[in-house]
Design a protein around this ligand. Sequence first.
Ligand code: FMN
Length: 157
Amino acid sequence: MIEGARFREVMASFPGGVVILTAFGDDHQPRGLTVSAFCAASLDPPLALVCIDKKSNTLPAVQHTGGFTANILAAGREQLARRMATKLSDKFGGIAWHRPESKIGGPVLKDDTAAYAVCTLRDTMEAGDHWILIGLVTEGHHVEGVTPMVFTRRAYS
Ligand SMILES: Cc1cc2nc3c(=O)[nH]c(=O)nc-3n(C[C@H](O)[C@H](O)[C@H](O)COP(=O)(O)O)c2cc1C
């Protein structure tokens, strides 16, 4: 089996976008974390998948509401990506967000996204120390002219 540090180096060479996955907790407060493991899984039906660490404090909120919002970050939002990658209890102070049409989704970060997708949780699969969450995309929007953030080899561009 490949050694952990080498596995990370290999995977970090695959460029990807940066998503802030959000959901509302049972206290109705917004929760969220930074995620790079996000991709489309099916066109018909429209499915997206995301891989979340079993230790994530955002997971109970996703399980509670049965859904989440994938906020695809715009370029230049490194500070937000770093903040959402912490374990702070209130990560949303001073951040503009609104509720999606669907009650199942999490906060939409309107000023910071190139696009967003609201997902209803459809399946959960165990994958080592992560869960693979498969969501049915019920709502979404992209902002014409806004460049998405790219993350590769631990650098934002
Ligand atoms: C660029 C970047 C990508 C990340 N991708 C993931 C990911 O795909 N899945 C994951 O579980 N954590 C990922 N993380 C780590 C989480 O954001 C971090 O563990 C966070 O503190 C979890 O917050 P929570 O416990 O409040 O949910 C990533 C962090 C960064 C900076």
